[in-house]
Design a protein around this ligand. Structure first.
Ligand code: FES
Ligand code: FES
Length: 173
């Protein structure tokens, strides 16, 4: 449904509904607004980072219906009626960290941290699909996420540590 904003009759807006981290959201957005812009500027979910802004580095990775997308080039209206998960949705503010978050800390999987939310969301999509992913699978899957600081080995170790933590968590249930 395309509507005109009352404050700017020249610029059409689209009414979009989606779910972000479990919360139903309705927004009037411009057709060219990206999902990253909506998340960061309208919803103040600034954990999603923008670096290259051209679908090259993976810093802006979020999950849409469980699949990783580059939010910097994914148009927000394309997310209508879909479920979006950002880094803020991985754990409750007062709750324990998600195993991937804990493992990145334990294994020094970041330095400046700018790539980390995108790394973790991409890794989550991998482990959701392939919990027993081997080292080669991890390296291959994560190749679209770039890091200028770590040299990547700590990131691979962190994902492997998260696999172990997830198995322990399953065993505790
Ligand atoms: S900021 Fe989106 S891929 Fe780099
Ligand atoms: S930790 Fe700095 S870019 Fe990855």
């Amino acid at each position: 449904m395309i509507e005109q904003n009352a404050f700017d009759s020249e610029r059409p807006r689209i009414r979009v509904r989606f779910t972000v981290n479990g919360q139903e959201i309705e927004q009037l957005i411009e057709p060219a607004e990206t999902l990253a812009e909506v998340l960061r500027e309208r919803l103040h979910l600034t954990g999603t980072k923008i670096s290259c802004d051209m679908q090259v580095c993976g810093a802006c990775t979020v999950l849409v219906d469980g699949a990783p997308v580059s939010a910097c080039t994914y148009l927000a209206y394309e997310a209508r009626d879909r479920y979006i998960m950002t880094i803020e949705g991985l754990s409750e503010p007062a709750g324990p960290l998600h195993p991937l978050q804990q493992a990145f800390i334990d294994e020094n999987g970041f330095q400046c941290g700018f790539c980390t939310p995108g790394m973790i969301m991409a890794a989550k999509s991998l482990l959701d699909r392939q919990p027993d992913a081997g080292e080669a699978d991890i390296i291959s899957y994560m190749e679209g996420n770039l890091c200028r600081c770590t040299g990547y080995r700590p990131i691979v170790r962190a994902i492997q540590q998260a696999q172990r933590l997830l198995v322990e968590r399953e065993a505790d249930v």
